[in-house]
Design a protein around this ligand. Structure first.
Ligand code: PEP
Ligand code: MN
Length: 370
């Protein structure tokens, strides 16, 4: 069961203490409190775990500080969408708002290779009116002999250039606690010219110690990728670790799953799971067509497979598109074969706009409920 408290509740006040005393005296029930600091107000939720069937929702609702009582119907207690759950999902970060109702494109480099390519990418994004990007500094690679990313060395110039070109959020993968600290230090050192959304890659979906660390920090939101070889339920439970530790600013990213059934694409595209994710959870949903499709190949209609897959996601209501571009894909140190070209960026954005308009129109013709 979940208690949603009134906004900006005074935790030192008598009314709050009265509620806690009551909860602490309940036999077989454990209460855990979660704060979410929004831009306007702080929202506090209390999760009651254990033998909650015998609790009386009306009695709990009668406490002065309680706004609403919600019966939790799914295992993803914090990130899940429950019956009679009117809580808004989503969050704002560095002036950009993310929710199940809007759309952002994060086009950028799979991996940072040199300052010149970073600058060319960012220049193209600014010219196209974009304020978000992707840039990998820490790359988990299949082979230890492959390029592993420039790591913290590249962070100062990436952040400074992002600030110069008006980028507000960079999606950047981390694979170890120390990477978060390095990103934090580099942002401080450069005067916070931009923001970072920490990305959990598909190979780390069930790296629970990393998830706990990311969940305990509140400074950065998380882009959480579905595990490529586990069930959706397992990935959602893993995402819940982040929220359980305290960070519920999480976006869930579909990126295809490993199966020979997907060949010759790199993965089997799984974007049909978007509506299901929105039904199960309150998280905004991202699609990554580049790592799903894995090639620049084009259909006979002249449209690249990556565009087609991304459009399928957006027509189905995706809230974010993470997509690889590169000024010179032949020189890219990671995933060059799937990178789109900078001159294709305005075309890609227009294609996404058309797909998004189609989604908006599809919503418009939904018949009213009986
Ligand atoms: C990436 O987005 O750079 C990446 C490595 O993706 P994934 O973890 O989905 O393979
Ligand atoms: Mn990649």
């Amino acid at each position: 069961m979940l208690l949603i408290l009134k906004a900006d509740v005074d935790k030192g006040g008598v009314a709050y203490r009265k509620l806690w005393e009551y909860l602490e005296n309940l036999q077989g029930i454990r209460a855990s409190m979660h704060d979410t600091q929004g831009e306007q107000q702080c929202l506090t939720e209390i999760y009651l775990l254990g033998d909650t069937v015998r609790l009386d929702p009306a009695e709990l609702a009668s406490f002065e500080v309680v706004d609403r009582v919600v019966r939790i119907s799914r295992e993803y207690k914090i990130l899940g969408r429950h019956q009679e759950d009117g809580r808004a999902g989503g969050f704002s970060y560095n002036g950009v708002s993310f929710s199940q109702d809007n759309l952002h494109v994060f086009a950028g480099l799979c991996a940072v290779d040199c300052a010149e390519h970073v600058e060319q990418m960012l220049q193209a994004l600014q010219a196209a009116g974009q304020s978000c990007t992707r840039m990998g500094a820490y790359k988990p690679r299949t082979s230890p002999y492959s390029f592993q990313g420039h790591g913290r060395e590249c962070l100062p110039y990436v952040f400074e250039l992002a600030g110069k070109y008006g980028i507000r959020v960079i999606a950047m993968e981390v694979t170890h606690d120390s990477h978060v600290d390095e990103i934090h230090a580099a942002l401080e050192q450069t005067g916070k010219p931009t923001g970072v959304m920490l990305q959990v890659g598909t190979r780390n979906t069930q790296n629970f110690e990393l998830l706990k660390y990311l969940g305990r920090q509140q400074a950065y939101p998380i882009l959480f990728k579905r595990g490529f070889g586990i069930t959706l339920n397992e990935s959602l439970n893993a995402a819940e670790y982040l929220a359980h530790e305290g960070n519920s600013r999480v976006i869930f990213c579909l990126r295809g799953v490993k199966s020979n059934m997907g060949d010759p694409h790199r993965n089997l595209v799984d974007f049909a799971h978007i509506p299901l994710l929105k039904r199960y959870t309150r998280m905004p949903v991202c699609v990554d067509p580049s790592h799903a499709v894995g090639t620049r190949a084009c259909a006979p209609d002249g449209i690249p497979d990556v565009f087609h897959a991304a459009a399928q996601g957006v027509v189905a209501g995706a809230n974010m598109v993470l997509v690889d571009f590169h000024p010179r894909p032949e020189l890219a140190l990671v995933d060059g074969p799937q990178a789109l070209l900078l001159r294709e960026l305005p075309w890609f954005l227009e294609d996404m706009h058309i797909a998004h308009e189609a989604y908006v129109q599809r919503r418009r013709i939904v018949p009213p409920p009986d």
